[in-house]
Write a protein that binds this ligand. Structure first.
Ligand code: F6R
Length: 243
């Protein structure tokens, strides 16, 4: 797996935002797999800035998000639907009908998982999947476990993830479950970019890049993918042998 260390989150945002914009300029109907959380925000800002100058249009782009909380209305400010509209979609004019999410409120997770995989397939597959990484090595909400998952599924969030994300939930308790794309589905993307910044990600980054491939560190599955680029700041890269 290829990795690059840049000085800070802002520099990573410029670099990754430019990769995405250049891809969209070449293929206007690019299919993007998108993440929420803090890591992709500078990237989204770069996409917004280049869209505003007219250098790139996201009119024909299609998007598939990695995950969504269960038992939370889509309109709630803590939902990932809301996050994406606010942080990217509404600012770059991606058509709502081109944006896709797992339904965290589904009553039939098997049917929902099949629907999502089929929809990705019908759209020609994901050209570029953007990922962050959890402190525990999760990607999407694939928490450390005994098996790599394949398609989308409902997951019980771990204490580590709840501790990391509960700061966003001020007036309601954080949901304990989410629907997430599985590892197999993530690995079907043609290209993958993972972003990690900050010292709290350093242990997970070391396990992902230098450890064995194990579902105890879900991100280690990326070692099996031929086209992964990892963008790190010095703190996230601090424990790497080659750094
Ligand atoms: C978000 C997601 C998660 C985050 C990860 C890192 O859609 O799938 O895997 O990417 O928890 O979150 P941040 O970037 O907030 O540190």
């Amino acid at each position: 797996m290829k990795f690059v260390v840049l000085p800070n989150a802002a520099a990573i945002g410029l670099a990754v935002g430019d990769v995405i914009c250049d891809l969209v300029r070449k293929k206007s109907d690019t299919v993007l797999g998108l993440a929420t959380g803090a890591s992709p925000l500078p990237t989204y800002q770069r996409m917004i800035d280049r869209c505003k100058t007219g250098e790139v249009s996201f009119k024909d782009v299609r998007t598939f998000n990695l995950d969504e909380y269960c038992d939370l209305p889509e309109t709630h400010p803590c939902s990932y639907h809301y996050f994406m509209r606010k942080e990217l979609f509404d600012q770059v004019g991606i058509l709502p009908e081109h944006t896709h999410f797992l339904d965290g409120n589904t009553v039939d997770e098997g049917a929902e998982s099949q629907r999502y995989s089929a929809l990705i397939e019908q759209n020609g597959g994901i050209d570029l999947q953007l990922l962050g990484i959890g402190r525990n090595g999760h990607i999407g909400f694939n928490e450390p476990s005994e098996n790599f998952t394949q398609e989308s599924f409902k997951v019980a969030l771990t204490d580590s993830t709840i501790a990391a994300n509960s700061r966003y939930f001020r007036d309601i308790p954080m949901p304990k479950c989410a629907m997430t794309m599985g590892i197999g589905l993530i690995l079907r993307a043609r290209k993958i970019i993972l972003i990690a910044t900050g010292s709290e990600k350093a242990t997970a980054i070391k396990a992902m890049l230098e450890g064995s491939v194990t579902p105890r560190c879900p991100a280690s599955a990326l070692q099996k993918h031929p086209e992964v680029a990892v963008f790190l700041d010095p703190a996230a890269a601090a424990l790497l042998n080659e750094n």
